[in-house]
Design a protein around this ligand. Sequence first.
Ligand code: HEC
Length: 112
Amino acid sequence: MIKTNMYALIVSATVGSLCLATPALAQVDAEEVFKENDCHKCHHATKAKKGPSLAKIAAKYKDKKLDEKEAMKHMTGGKKVKLDDGTEEDHKIIDTKDVAVQTAVAKWMLNR
Ligand code: HEC
């Protein structure tokens, strides 16, 4: 009986600490990824740079009821975009194929 209880205690303690550890590992610093990818060079929080500001993008998405999936297409598709100065180039492709990271960055961009 005592043995069983000890076992149950160890199992629950282990599961408990795993549950605590997992979110910490899965936590993505979206802002950091955004900066590391030079996205901030074209997308400022509020000011228009070569690309629209995050505030403008977030407002447009809210208006048109678009979600992070649409934003993820932009960061992975590499489609041609028109820059503010009138020139065209292929949009920057985010340097990760990790959908969880892409989702986090997209949500971070749109929930501001
Ligand atoms: C060289 C400048 C430049 C860089 C670097 C850049 N973008 Fe953009 N981005 C643009 C421009 C310009 C547009 C507008 C395209 C349009 O409206 O057709 C845009 C549009 C977007 C959109 C879609 C907005 C919409 O209206 O649907 C998202 C999302 C986005 N960028 C995310 C990112 C992310 C994430 C990064 C970094 C991996 C990044 N961008 C890097 C210039 C840039």
